[in-house]
Design a protein around this ligand. Structure first.
Ligand SMILES: [Zn+2]
Ligand SMILES: [Zn+2]
Ligand SMILES: [Zn+2]
Length: 484
């Protein structure tokens, strides 16, 4: 017979479970009250018969205490749990093992039901381990330490390792961001920069893990999704500071494990390995064929990995924000006689995914060439610069936007006649409409007209140029406003 007649426990336990699930809630008065009540009851009799219930209740609510609980809740909770541990951990018992020793964060999901079943010894008992092991004082002391460790990672001994709540939250946040669906409250630039900060501030034993996180967010940072140069600067700087710590390392490994190749998986591993609890979980749960902790964090591997990320970041930073070199495009888009390779250019202007890799350099090259071009080339170059910005994915980077903007602004600001000097329409501003006409306009001897051609004057009309430039400016000004 247990002496655990706790009123409304069948309502209380599910509520504790709700708090566990929705722990990322700030200053929730109902949650605060539930914690306060539970702590008071445990503190009143930390070694008493109902200590198992209040202790497990606090295990369930502990995640909330790592978030933003009301003031004055954490230290009484820690004190009551410590008192329970002290009162119960050395009580004699005949058990050879206790459930807490195999309890992990996944086990938390079933804890609320177990609490209810524990209190009612007529209830059906479906757990692996017998009820008396769960109710054993030593087991309760173990769970009190688990609750303490959740609230303050590293504050308790002799319990299974556990990933700190903060790390678990960061894994979720980065997984969402790196999958391309950041949580609505994530400040992307800040989230990425903070991984650089974490690497700079890391304790030696956490450094390898943080380096892996930086490697993971670096891929995202160079993808063109980040328009703030300082974010890349932060990552470069953090790696430059961290690498000397791994420099000159030697190891006896014949080979090194391949680190995860996708952002979310790489970030998750890195976060796991950047805390003592996470490293313990990694070692305790890894499969036979997965690398040991010592192998996966080998300083030689870390030095190589860090160098690789640093090289990538520096190269892409130059490409995205620096003075982008387009001289190679001459060989690609000019013919031997110095004229535009109009066929190739026209093909590359089709808004198809296979043209994405060329769009930025083609658009920038065209915009830079515009000023010195002749009257036949100019409409081609202007349409090229404008259309290329639409193909670029995700968007043309700052290094491209700058010069294209300058060209478009100059064209938009140039004087235009009141009226067109031609009778026909302007070319339509859609690739599908102008693709057939463009080669014939530029090289009428080489390309026969497709249907009824527009007059050359219409293609070269300053009023048409003004329209193209204004159209392009609308989109690029918006992008430029985001660049920092
Ligand atoms: Zn026992
Ligand atoms: Zn090694
Ligand atoms: Zn006109």
């Amino acid at each position: 017979m247990t002496d655990l007649d706790i009123p409304h426990l069948d309502e209380l336990a599910p509520f504790w479970d709700e708090i566990r699930e929705d722990y990322q809630d700030s200053r929730n008065d109902r949650y605060d009250q539930a914690v306060r009540d539970c702590v008071a009851l445990l503190a009143a009799d930390p070694g008493g018969a109902s200590a198992p219930i209040w202790t497990l209740g606090l295990v369930l609510m502990a995640p909330y205490l790592t978030w933003l609980p009301g003031e004055g809740l954490v230290s009484p909770a820690m004190a009551a749990l410590e008192a329970t541990d002290t009162a119960l951990r050395d009580r004699p018992c005949a058990h050879t093992s206790h459930p807490y020793l195999r309890h992990d964060s996944e086990g938390d999901e079933y804890l609320a039901e177990q609490v209810v079943a524990l209190a009612d010894d007529t209830a059906e008992w479906e757990e692996d381990r017998p009820r008396d092991e769960w109710l054993c004082p030593r087991n309760v002391a173990g769970f009190a330490r688990i609750a303490r460790d959740i609230i303050e990672p590293g504050s308790a001994d002799a319990i299974p390792p556990r990933l700190p709540m903060e790390a678990a939250g960061r894994i979720d946040t980065l997984a969402a961001l790196l999958h391309g669906y950041p949580k609505p409250w994530t400040d992307i630039d800040d989230e990425i920069s903070s991984q650089a900060r974490n690497l700079s501030l890391a304790e030696p034993e956490d450094r390898a893990g943080h380096l892996m996180v930086v490697r993971a967010v670096a891929w995202y940072a160079v993808s063109g999704m980040v328009r703030t140069k300082s974010v890349l600067d932060d990552l470069v700087e953090a790696l430059e500071e961290a690498l000397p710590h791994f420099a000159g390392a030697e190891c006896g490994h014949a080979w090194h494990p391949a680190l995860p190749a996708t952002g979310p998986a790489a970030a998750e591993l890195g976060i796991m390995l950047s805390s003592r609890g996470g490293r313990g979980v990694y070692e305790g749960t890894r499969e036979e064929d997965e690398a040991s902790l010592e192998h996966v964090t080998c300083p030689v591997l870390m030095a190589e990995t860090g160098e690789e990320s640093l090289k990538l970041l520096r190269e892409r930073r130059e490409l995205l924000f620096g003075d982008r070199d387009t001289s190679h495009a001459d060989a690609e888009y000019l013919r031997a006689d110095g004229r535009l390779d109009i066929e190739k250019i026209t093909e590359r202007l089709d808004d198809k995914s296979w043209n994405e890799p060329y769009a930025d350099d083609l658009g920038l090259w065209a915009a830079r060439r515009y000023e010195g071009a002749d009257a036949r080339e100019r409409p081609v170059l202007l349409l090229t610069a404008w259309q290329a910005t639409k193909i670029s994915y995700p968007d043309p980077p700052a290094s491209v936007v700058r010069d294209i903007l300058a060209t478009l602004r100059a064209v938009a600001a140039a004087p235009r006649p009141e009226r067109c000097g031609h009778e026909d329409e302007h070319p339509a501003l859609r690739y599908g409409e102008f693709r057939a006409g463009l080669p014939h306009f530029y090289a009428p001897q080489e390309y026969p007209p497709a249907g009824e051609p527009l007059s050359a004057e219409s293609w070269m009309c300053p009023r048409f140029a003004g329209t193209v430039a204004e159209e392009g400016l609308r989109a690029l000004e918006r992008l430029a406003a985001k660049d920092g």
